[in-house]
Design a protein around this ligand. Structure first.
Ligand SMILES: [Zn+2]
Length: 279
């Protein structure tokens, strides 16, 4: 079973030290959008999409928050163009599983109009009929084409003490939505059974690998950003604590990663590269 770790959208905000925890204040920071493309017997499963082709053509559609973050959507870093470079076509992506529907996670939906899009009900409702304060966060540009939504309720089985919803039964790869509310109203993680353990894509439940350590640490700009963006701060902090516990108790079975940490992306790409067949 093969999982590709893709960066589908970089942002380069000012103040590297405040964003990445190293480098200078005047340097530009670096944030990625870590997406997964999982090869299965029945096509590809994409976990989050990053920015899409239309965002690269017109980044103004993403709104002021992404302009402030210096988001740099580019055609060549879209999931579609990267998958094409690996020899796949848009139609090979049969299913997309989203952690949530913020623009940097849903931007590629229009590039895969035939794919099923799996999402927790609470997130879909928040995005399609947003409360007043959520309207800037969910511009409708990424679902005007009418995605093939598949909604899931947040009750289900148990996975390492977390609630879990098995979203793709019948597939040769186990894919679960793990409700991790807080960052957004219906935010979730996505757990992928790799055959010799689990990957847990935590979306925006944390932003920096230091937040999983004990004691946790986080560069100040990222800490502020997460606090300001949280739909439910208490739930966000409590879920982050649960993830820290999971990492410390079951780190040998579960590899945690989040959307925006370049360090984790490099780590996973290096592992995948080392495991790939050569010659
Ligand atoms: Zn994000």
């Amino acid at each position: 079973m093969r999982v590709h770790h893709l960066n589908c959208g970089s942002s380069c905000p000012r103040g590297r030290r405040l964003v990445n925890g190293d480098g200078g204040l005047l340097e530009r920071g670096h944030s990625v959008c870590h997406c997964l493309a999982i090869e299965t017997a029945d096509g590809l499963v994409l976990v989050d999409t990053g920015f899409g082709l239309d965002d690269a053509r017109d980044r103004g559609r993403l709104g002021v928050a992404f302009a402030a973050m210096n988001a740099e959507p580019k055609a060549e870093t879209t999931a579609l163009r990267q998958l094409e470079a690996l020899g796949f076509a848009a139609r090979d992506v049969r299913r997309i599983v989203t952690t949530h529907l913020d623009p940097d996670h849903s931007g590629g939906l229009p590039d895969f109009p035939d794919a099923e899009v799996h999402v927790l009900s609470a997130e879909l409702d928040a995005a399609l009929d947003p409360a007043l304060r959520d309207r800037p966060r969910y511009p409708d540009v990424h679902w005007r084409h009418g995605p093939r939504w598949v909604r899931h309720e947040a009750e289900g089985d148990e996975w390492f003490g977390f609630e879990s919803v098995r979203v793709l039964p019948g597939l040769d790869v186990e894919v679960l939505l793990i409700p991790l509310f807080g960052h957004s109203r219906g935010h979730s993680g996505v757990a992928v059974g790799t055959g010799d353990g689990w990957l847990l894509h935590c979306g925006d439940a944390y932003f920096n690998h230091g937040e999983l350590a004990n004691p946790p640490s986080c560069p100040p700009a990222l800490r502020l950003f997460q606090t300001l963006l949280a739909a439910d701060g208490k739930a966000r902090r409590s879920n982050q604590e649960r993830l820290r516990e999971l990492a410390s108790r079951h780190g040998d079975e579960v590899t945690l990663l989040c959307s925006h940490d370049p360090h984790e992306l490099e780590r996973e790409q290096a592992k995948a590269g080392a495991a790939a067949p050569t010659g």
